[in-house]
Design a binder for this molecule. Structure first.
Ligand code: HEC
Ligand code: HEC
Length: 153
């Protein structure tokens, strides 16, 4: 090897080192709830206080929150959150997010909120529809704060 190729090799190793040492906090990663999983935590809190670009949480959530039962004290596991383009479950189904065993639902998939999308929450016996369109998926920034917790039966 001549001097030139050693120099090039050195530069390549240096650049490779830079790439592999890149801080994980600067990248989104997939993190999506499933029925019966229990990896989540902090039920009732606004997940996107941390699970956002630059935040410490793993994955930047587009939609996340917590579902409770009718007592509003206990979480409701394994419900289903659905996102539609029209109110009352009409229009196009944009996304389905499973509620996990801790009552939490979350997804890092990219959601186009446009001028507003409509959500519903399906329990075993009852489906609850939010009438107003939302332009943010930070469900727990309103629910449990400025309006009732999300709940179903
Ligand atoms: C105060 C900051 C904070 C809040 C609020 C928060 N998280 Fe987290 N979350 C973290 C951090 C930090 C981690 C990574 C380390 C750990 O597991 O504790 C994490 C990890 C997770 C993981 C595990 C990912 C894995 O691959 O193991 C899930 C799932 C999760 N959070 C869901 C949620 C949900 C759902 C909410 C809201 C109900 C929420 N988090 C609220 C900071 C937070
Ligand atoms: C900007 C605040 C805000 C955000 C964000 C928000 N909601 Fe709501 N939600 C409300 C308000 C206010 C109501 C009551 C009026 C209505 O239905 O539009 C409501 C109603 C609901 C209802 C019906 C409640 C009932 O008892 O009939 C459900 C279900 C619901 N929201 C789920 C969600 C979910 C899931 C998310 C996140 C994807 C979410 N909401 C995000 C404010 C919010």
């Amino acid at each position: 090897m001549n001097y030139r190729s050693i120099l090039l090799l050195g530069i390549s190793l240096f650049l490779f080192g830079l790439i592999s040492c890149e801080d994980d906090d600067d990248e989104n990663e997939s993190n999506i709830s499933t029925y019966n999983s229990s990896e989540s935590h902090k039920a009732g809190q606004d997940c996107m206080n941390c699970h956002t670009s630059g935040g410490p949480g793993e994955g930047w959530f587009s939609i996340a929150g917590t579902v409770y039962d009718s007592t509003l004290n206990d979480v409701y596991p394994n419900a289903t959150v659905k996102i539609y383009t029209e109110p009352n479950g009409a229009g196009t189904l944009k996304s389905t997010v499973a509620v996990d065993r801790n009552g939490n639902f979350y997804t890092t998939e990219s959601i186009d909120f446009g001028t507003g999308i409509y959500v519903l929450v399906e329990g075993d016996l009852e489906t609850k529809y939010m009438i107003t369109p939302i332009t943010t998926g930070r469900c727990n920034s309103c629910h449990g704060v400025t309006t009732s917790k999300i709940w179903t039966k």
